[in-house]
Design a protein around this ligand. Structure first.
Ligand SMILES: Cc1cc2nc3c(=O)[nH]c(=O)nc-3n(C[C@H](O)[C@H](O)[C@H](O)COP(=O)(O)O)c2cc1C
Length: 328
């Protein structure tokens, strides 16, 4: 049974950001927010030479796997593998505008090939019972109309996809970098509202430009869920309020406890050979906007460079929490 509450709040897939460790830090902060992996190419899953997929699937709570895929054959082969995993959702990337992705004929350019996307969905369903969703943009290049997006979503609807995440900007495939593609094309929430009105039975999730949880909550008037990307990386601690605001759960855990728990987790992966820097990285922004955050980042840098011991983090959090309490 699909859980229709699952997508009301989610953290977006972000390459080089939402890796296993960032997600596991967020999981300590919020039990119920749906977390997405960064995009993983189906070829990486099929060949999995570095055991990457196996590591990524070591996750707790609601987590969605985002795949990058350009053809039904590799979709089916990968589905045989991820069909055995405990991901709660498989998401097909139809929104990424990077050159590499476009040259590989997947990501945003798939919006021009709805039939092929439909075939990939069929291929995945053959081997996998996990619900499938699609993440897309509101258009691409000159295909910037309600009708174009409606036709694309119609194909997904025909294939019984129930959840679509829409980044409310077009993708510009020639002339803009992925970074510029997240700031230059203007946000157009109205087109996403039009889609929601036309496909009332589908779960339409809004993405793009959401800065905080209050804004995310506000969007639930018009959409079935809100997805937050960059703001989650910049300020992960804001999700400590997610349980209260979205899931009717009490959550009074402190930053001190979270960091303590995370350090225990980090030590396990460091002993398995993951670098200290990679484990420390998700913690950098946990004191976003707080007096003392500069000191925090300096110390973390020293820990990441193996200059001081990882256990000293907990003392530092304690000191910063004390400064915060005094200031309150
Ligand atoms: C560093 C970075 C990497 C991203 N990687 C992916 C990705 O792997 N797959 C994807 O669908 N979107 C990716 N995105 C786009 C985000 O998922 C999201 O759609 C976009 O940032 C807009 O949401 P926001 O305004 O809340 O950040 C990435 C964004 C950033 C900033």
């Amino acid at each position: 049974m699909p859980d229709h509450n699952k997508n009301i709040l989610s953290i977006a897939p972000m390459m080089d950001r939402t890796d296993l460790h960032f997600r596991n830090l967020l999981r300590l902060i919020t039990k119920n927010t749906l977390l997405y992996t960064e995009m993983i190419n189906t070829n990486t899953i099929i060949h999995d030479q570095n055991n990457r997929f196996n590591i990524e699937s070591d996750c707790r709570g609601p987590v969605a796997l985002q795949i990058g895929c350009s053809d039904p054959i590799s979709a089916g082969k990968a589905a045989k593998i991820f069909g055995q995993s405990n991901f709660h959702e498989i998401n097909i990337n139809c929104g990424c505008p990077s050159n590499k992705v476009v040259n590989g004929n997947f990501g945003a350019c798939l919006m021009k090939e709805p039939k092929k996307v439909g075939e990939m969905i069929e291929a995945i369903k053959e081997y996998c019972n996990i619900p499938i969703s699609v993440k897309t943009r509101i258009g691409l290049d000159n295909f910037d109309t309600d009708k174009f997006l409606e036709e694309f979503i119609t194909e997904l609807d025909n294939k019984k996809v129930t959840t679509v995440i829409i980044h409310a900007r077009i993708a510009v495939l020639k002339g803009l970098s992925p970074h510029e593609n997240r700031i230059i094309p203007p946000l157009n929430y109205e087109r996403v509202k039009f889609i929601k009105k036309s496909f009332k039975h589908m779960q339409i999730i809004i993405n793009g430009g959401i800065q905080n949880l209050n804004q995310a909550k506000h969007f639930l008037k018009d959409f079935d869920g809100s997805m937050i990307g960059r703001a989650a990386w910049d300020n992960p601690w804001m999700f400590s309020k997610a349980e209260n605001i979205f899931f009717n759960n009490e959550n009074n855990i402190s930053r001190y406890e979270i960091v303590n728990n995370y350090i225990e987790y980090a030590k396990k992966y460091i002993s398995l050979g993951h670098t200290q820097r990679r484990l420390i990285r998700p913690l950098f922004n946990i004191f976003y906007g707080v007096q003392g955050s500069k000191l925090w980042k300096q110390q973390l840098n020293d820990i990441a460079n193996n200059k001081i011991d990882i256990n000293s983090i907990c003392d530092l959090v304690y000191q910063i929490e004390e400064i915060l309490e005094e200031a309150a």
